[in-house]
Design a binder for this molecule. Structure first.
Ligand SMILES: *Cc1c(COP(=O)(O)O)cnc(C)c1O
Length: 221
């Protein structure tokens, strides 16, 4: 079932758009099923779960951390995490850099930008991003690589609003790419979830994070 669901979604995605299968709260067997069918990208939002799944599952799985990240937990995933989607402060970036140095690696990061109206969503404002990157402290971080931006739209049926939010993030991504992050490695725009990924792709997403459409509804207890 999982493998079929992943394939169905992949078939709808244009070339160059990566599917992150969001496996949070779901058992290892489901991930293994996707892996056996050749899918390597999985997303988790709790550090403890991420580490447990990393330890139990094949080592070539690419683990994406998509949750809100606390500085004191970075060390647990620094040895292996593939991409950190939720960078929302300079303090966090400095910690990631420090842990990357300890592990003799470079850690790929996305800056999370707040595009939704909801108060509950984390992320930097565009102004925060511009201030953060125009800073000597930021430029001195050599073991992190900013691969792009991540954003979450407002949870609403209003497609016009969601489209505006995604488009504004795409515009900001393009502005940064032509001014500050001119390297080819700035190539990732992570936006779109189960209920809005087709719209996100229309608006220029290069990475969608899809959970319930693959694994079924989540049961938080
Ligand atoms: C849970 C989660 C997703 C996946 O949500 P679905 O609606 O199940 O597709 C995507 N991104 C983030 C940041 C999440 O926390």
């Amino acid at each position: 079932m999982i493998a079929e669901n992943i394939q169905k979604i992949k078939n709808t995605l244009p070339e160059g758009v990566t599917l992150v299968a969001v496996s949070k709260t779901k058992p290892n067997e489901m991930i293994q099923e996707g892996y056996d069918a050749g899918h390597l990208d999985y997303g988790e939002n709790k550090v403890q779960d991420l580490v447990a799944k990393y330890e139990a599952l094949p080592k070539d799985i690419r683990w994406h951390f998509i949750g809100h990240l606390q500085t004191n937990k970075v060390k647990y995933m620094a040895p292996f995490v593939h991409l950190l989607h939720g960078i929302d402060s300079m303090k966090l970036l400095k910690t990631v850099n420090k842990e990357a140095i300890k592990n003799k690696r470079t850690i790929d990061c996305l800056l999370q930008v707040k595009i939704a109206e909801e108060e509950s969503k984390f992320g930097l404002s565009k102004k925060n991003v511009l201030e953060m990157i125009d800073n000597e402290e930021f430029k001195a971080l050599e073991n992190i690589r900013i691969r792009g931006l991540m954003g979450m739209s407002t949870n609403t049926e209003d497609e016009v609003q969601v489209k505006l939010e995604f488009s504004s993030l795409k515009t900001f991504f393009d502005e940064l790419k032509s001014s500050v992050f001119t390297d080819a490695s700035f190539d990732t725009l992570s936006m779109g979830m189960s209920n809005d990924y087709p719209l996100a792709v229309e608006c220029g997403s290069t990475m969608v994070r899809v959970g319930s459409s693959i694994f079924g509804a989540r049961n938080y207890s």
